[in-house]
Design a binder for this molecule. Structure first.
Ligand code: KG4
Ligand code: ZN
Length: 339
């Protein structure tokens, strides 16, 4: 079965073609991602600009995929699109575009939860099997999930304020850098001393919940005190901040592993692209005898491969296509149907 996936929930306009076998394994036939530059002057993603850019770029992404895979329209067996959660205008564009294509091609339309896409990516790229512990870290989400099957997700803990990617973005903004801040912080940190600033480890929250707003405030006040923003100062702060986040996620992951007793750990979402974090959590898993998996970096950030794959897995599991499904800004994983 060949599924066309569409993703438009934030500032990536993406399409992909994924082929799924009857045993649930799959192959990426094509993947196109346009990261919107339309927001550069605004210091963050502007929802209406994002929606308009999705509308403008999506057709080219889809055609690019057909060309890359050297396939014609009739070879598409189903269309899957992110129908939430995300910025509603963008989600509506992908949903309506996907439904229209499915209608025109007379093929099933499968609504996909963006978070389920992130959650299942490692099943495609690393052949991971259920159950596994997932740490989903992105610009909009920061949560531990126990994944026991398709649609069987239990949230074990999450952020009570900012998502971790958001904290990276806000710290980068304090130093004058545009969205997305994560890659810039990582690059700056390469020349910095992670011990230069003594930032508080936000461990006030028991269990597996997170809070990043205090850390962000500490970065701001310490930067203000330190004087003019020199390159070295920024590098030192980036390294200290990145180190604190990695240490926090390491401590929480150790707790989550002890609590769940699973033998596989998956790191996913945009922040999983962070090299320091990947290394730390891989080291921890190694120490605990747990298999560590993280999708390749380009499939950790938003993409449509994960949407095509999640849609394909649901179709394969016998879920009915749903042309009447609505776009949703909020859609917790727990509300998904078990398969
Ligand atoms: O999953 P994603 O592409 O979009 C959302 O669903 O939010 O994640 C984007 C987030 C941004 O906050 C970005 O700053 C962060 O992932 N990010 C990183 C890195 N690359 C992207 N954070 C830390 N280190 C990175 N290398
Ligand atoms: Zn995402």
């Amino acid at each position: 079965m060949i599924v066309l996936g569409l993703e438009s929930s934030c500032d990536e306009t993406a399409a992909a073609l994924v082929e799924l076998d009857a045993d649930g394994s799959g192959r990426i036939l094509a993947s196109k991602v346009y990261t919107q530059k339309e927001h550069l002057d605004y210091g963050g993603v502007v929802p209406e600009i994002a929606a308009r850019a999705h509308l403008e770029k999506m057709p080219a992404m889809v055609r690019g995929c057909l060309k890359e895979a050297n396939l014609g329209w009739p070879r598409i067996d189903a269309v899957a699109a992110t129908t939430g959660p995300g910025l509603l205008g963008g989600v509506l564009v992908g949903t309506m575009y996907g439904k229209s294509l499915a209608l025109a091609l007379d093929k099933p339309f499968m609504p996909v939860n963006h978070l389920e896409g992130h959650a299942l990516t490692a099943c495609l790229t690393n052949g991971v099997d259920f159950p596994f512990l997932l740490l989903l870290v992105s610009g909009g989400h920061c949560q531990f999930l126990l994944v026991e099957g398709l649609g069987v997700y239990t949230t074990l803990g999450g952020t009570i304020d900012d998502a971790v990617g958001e904290a990276f973005d806000k710290v980068a903004k304090l130093m004058g850098f545009n969205y997305p801040g994560g890659p810039k912080i990582q690059r700056l940190a390469e020349n910095g001393n992670p011990k230069a600033f003594n930032l508080p480890l936000p461990l006030r929250h028991e269990g597996l919940d997170f809070s990043f707003s205090g850390l962000k405030t500490a970065v701001r006040t310490q930067l203000e005190k330190a004087g003019p923003l020199t390159d070295q100062l920024m590098a030192d702060m980036a390294a200290s901040f990145q180190e604190t986040v990695a240490r926090l996620l390491e401590i929480k992951t150790e707790r989550a592993l002890a609590q769940t007793h699973v033998k596989t750990f998956v790191l996913a979402g945009g922040v999983a692209a962070n090299t320091l974090l990947r290394g730390r959590l891989e080291g921890l898993c190694h120490k605990k005898g747990v298999t560590f998996c993280a999708p390749p970096v380009n499939l950790c950030t938003d993409n449509a491969v994960m949407i095509a794959y999640a849609g394909a897995r649901r179709l394969l599991a016998g879920e009915k296509p749903d042309l009447a499904s609505n776009a949703r800004a909020r859609w917790p994983l727990e509300e998904l149907k078990k398969k």
